[in-house]
Ligand binder design. Sequence first.
Ligand code: ADP
Length: 733
Amino acid sequence: MAEAATVRHCRRGGASGVIASRRLAPRAPRPPLRSHGNGRGAGAAAGPRQRGGMEPAGAPPQGCAPAREAEEPPGSPALPAEEPEGGQPAGAPPGEGAPPPLPAAVGRERGRRGAGPQGPPGRAARGRGRRAPGRRGGEEGGRAARRPRVTVDSSKAKTSLEALKISLRQLRWREFPFGRRLPCDIYWHGVSFHDNDIFSGQVNKFPGMTEMVRKITLSRAVRTMQDLFPLEYNFYPRSWILPEEFSLFVDEVRMMKDGDPSWKPTFIVKPDGGCQGDGIYLIKDPSDIRLTGSIQSRPAVVQEYICKPLLVDKLKFDIRLYVLLKSLEPLEIYIAKDGLSRFCTEPYQEPTLKNLHQVFMHLTNYSLNIHSGNFIHSDNVNTGSKRTFSSILCRLSSKGADVKKLWSDIISLVIKTIIALTPELKVYYQSDIPAGKPGPTCFQILGFDILLMKNLKPMLLEVNANPSMRIEHEQELSPGVFENVPSPVDEEVKVAVIRDTLRLVDPQKKKRKDTQCQTLEHMPEASEELLGTGPAGRGEGDTPRSPEAGLPSLCLKQVFPKYAKQFNYLRLVDRVAVLFIRFLGVKGTTKLGPTGFRTFIRNCKLSNSNFSMASVDILYIDITRRWNSMGIDHKESGMCLQAFVEAFFCLAQKKYKSLPLHEQVASLIDFCEYHLAALDEKRLVCGRGVVERRSAVGPCQTDGLHLTPAAHTPLLNRTATAGKFADYRNPRY
Ligand code: ADP
């Protein structure tokens, strides 16, 4: 039995000597950014390139640029300058936060701030919550008085604060770095939806997203889709969840080895909820898994290791792509036109017992490789340990690779992954922001980590709910002395992603659009001109007079609903989730009780002589008990969405025996939706009749049930529940 090799590494902020010495070290003067003799200083790297030019589902990238990246560990500390929770700056007027930061010229901030070899960009220009005495009245009294500026609460922005501030200055929006008593248009949270109590506006996190992208939850969600559409979801390595699927893992691997004795697999074990490569190790055999201690107390995912990744300069690398989930319903997805490539720092060799433990060879995490002596901070897009994805594509393209196909495969991977995540996100959403109650709408920037195989097939490694938006990196000034220095490339990539996310969710743009549409209804001849294809520099919804007119073109490209036609057939579990949510009954829950499940069966006319209500109860108890024993969420009792999906698949297999699973499920969904629509119609007609007659003729029982969801819902909730019933095909998200 081979012994599992541990991946050991320095942890940021850990007790390692290196990091400790950084903390204790005196603050040394900042040196110029290194350019490693490539002839291009940081200023050169910041040149006037237009990031992007890469058409999703198509064109190869234009221009290449270096980049640096790290992952944001959950709960990472706030920046020191941050105001304590709920804090107001001394002397701030009641109901207002801090005055707006110094206005900055729209455009390339970095050039202006001189991030060249002379020194790092001036801190002053970053204006971390700085006041601009005397400017405020002018700002508010002039242009802003005519067009109120978008207000953004940045008090919980944590490590994304710097990039956010720059974006806001470019947009000339109004920042409230210490929060605001009055509602803001947008709340920018560093970590989670729940960082603030918000009842209006927009927040940059979805409830439940952090839970959804944890390694185990993501694996489960993707596996459900793999059960339905195995070919479409083969971009995710075969995975097993530990400890509950340990025996399954052992058995399946044995079977596969028996079937193909030449198969010599490697597996990667990743603790659930881990990040930055924390606790990850490689094994050659299931028996090498450490089942004692940590694996029991810390569940994990074990995954087939991709042994033949694409190498550049003999090094393994992965890609961090930024994806904006702008809305859940209707589903709207944008992908940033460029991403970052993070490189290993030891030449790659296929895994053997001897090299399994070599973290700098097998793991691409920036947070690990930064500690390797081989890590190269470079502004040369072709040589550093961090490069832009576009630089890799340029290189592949020059060797004749089909980068158009690669891009469209990546887009497809992103859309399919989000389709796998949306059903549960909708359950979380209705629980936190029930329909009919005041609450914000949500959007979120996600970090997709993708590995390219040798044959250029993209494979999903993981999704980050809080991708690092830091625009600084650590630099070792002298042995053991570290300091954060601005990273122009990070700034360029991340500021563009944040700024353009804000442009896309701009509440005033929506208002302007609505007004425009109303105006255009009366002026058909003007509509063509205004709604036609604008110049490259114009974002969606901008007009020639838009305040955004001077900004660069959006770095985010819409991929959904743009490609909806190609992918809508995959959204079966989404429709199952809509049924589930309908029968949750009492708002604010995420689990279905036995009564709700029975009502679902009855309303959808799924029970008959072959499937009695007693069998329904047994099905409910069996599946619910198993899912709850997996230790997922004990806060609520009842059937979670995944358990409901399993029950639904069971019912579909029972009812439509000979079809493939996805057809069975699709047929059952159609069947249920048909019966529920008929029921709603009856209720509507009946309700109207009752109102018209205004007589007490007794309750209208359309389905012969005494326990309809409306009937067992507390009185106060009935109006809203009735609304939900009528709207179940089109919930508000
Ligand atoms: P973390 O959240 O801790 O960074 P990841 O899932 O991103 O965990 O894995 C860390 C690194 O391990 C990845 O950046 C990648 O280099 C490598 N890795 C992860 N999964 C695989 C896999 N299935 N095959 C090959 N390499 C992998």
